[in-house]
Design a protein around this ligand. Structure first.
Ligand SMILES: Nc1ncnc2c1ncn2[C@@H]1O[C@H](COP(=O)(O)OP(=O)(O)OP(=O)(O)O)[C@@H](O)[C@H]1O
Ligand SMILES: [Mg+2]
Length: 272
């Protein structure tokens, strides 16, 4: 099991908070094998309290394995894996119980008074306060994923783990989900580790983007751009570097001589 660490308080404004004393996540020299296959090897990872981190990596590189370990779903076998006591994970598939109404899906595992009211408040935050009593089968894919987010956040996790949560929704819904996740992150200030295959999604959302390769964090890029983030020259430069870390050939942005901040791409497109 992952060892819990105490979280005294969570910064109310993660983007402006001072550097916290202790990170939300600290992993040292972590190795995970399946039989003869070593998936993660001597992996080190820190995630600050309230920090939003995105994780990229080729298929099979071990992203889900890492998330499952941080969630406490897989054993850490006594290795140095420190995480907050309160964690929640959202998968690509919302994994709702079809025989429970929506609010009960959100309330699963909650105890104490006011459980329905807490579920209702969480569903209100994902704009589903009007669907409390419907069955999961009547929801769209995007709505079902919002229920999964509400189920995660109602627990006020110190660490929110997101494993390709927007991969199965259409492009417009995905953009709305980006705004929603950022709003929820600002309101609740958990540390976030988001697995995605979408480099643009990672740059749009995260404070820091990591690349997992050969069992370790092979590269990282800090994203200092203010939010909301435009697909401008700085964004494109980050995109180019991250695609390079992933081993994907991408046309390099090149500066136009004498044009200040303008950047021209080999396609002929010029971006201010
Ligand atoms: N329970 C398991 N038993 C055996 N092998 C496993 C198990 N879980 C994962 N693996 C193997 O570990 C490797 C990493 O899997 P993982 O699911 O972590 O990859 P991933 O980076 O999340 O990939 P994807 O981007 O396709 O989701 C794969 O080769 C996978 O087959
Ligand atoms: Mg995976």
């Amino acid at each position: 099991m992952a060892q819990p660490i105490a979280l005294s308080s969570v910064p109310a404004h993660p983007e402006t908070a001072a550097a916290p004393a202790a990170p939300a996540v600290r992993v040292r020299n972590f190795t995970r094998r399946f039989g003869q296959v070593t998936v993660l090897e001597d992996l080190d990872l820190d995630i600050g309290r309230g920090e939003f981190v995105a994780l990229l990596g080729r298929s099979g590189s071990g992203k889900t394995t890492l998330l499952r370990t941080l969630a406490g779903l897989d054993p850490a076998d006594g290795q140095a894996v420190a995480t907050p006591a309160s964690k929640a994970i959202v998968f690509q598939d919302p994994r709702l119980l079809p025989w429970q109404r929506v609010w009960k899906n959100v309330a699963i595992g909650l105890g104490g008074p006011g459980v329905r009211a807490r579920a209702e408040a969480a569903l209100g935050e994902v704009q589903l306060g009007h669907r409390l009593d419907v069955w999961p089968s009547t929801l769209s894919g995007g709505e079902a994923q919002r229920v999964a987010l509400a189920r995660a956040l109602v627990r006020e996790p110190g660490l929110l783990l997101l494993d390709e949560p927007f991969a199965a929704v259409d492009a417009l819904t995905r953009l709305r989900m980006h705004e929603l996740v950022l709003a929820l992150w600002r309101a609740h200030a958990p540390a976030v580790l988001l697995v995605t295959h979408d480099v643009d999604e990672a740059i749009t959302l995260a404070d820091r983007v990591l690349v997992l390769d050969h069992g370790r964090i092979a590269a990282e890029e800090k994203i200092a751009l203010p939010r909301p983030r435009d697909n401008d020259a700085a964004f494109q430069a980050l995109r180019h570097r991250l695609l390079g870390h992933l081993g994907v050939e991408a046309p390099a942005p090149r500066a136009v001589a004498g044009e200040g901040s303008l950047v021209a791409f080999p396609s002929g497109e010029i971006v201010a």
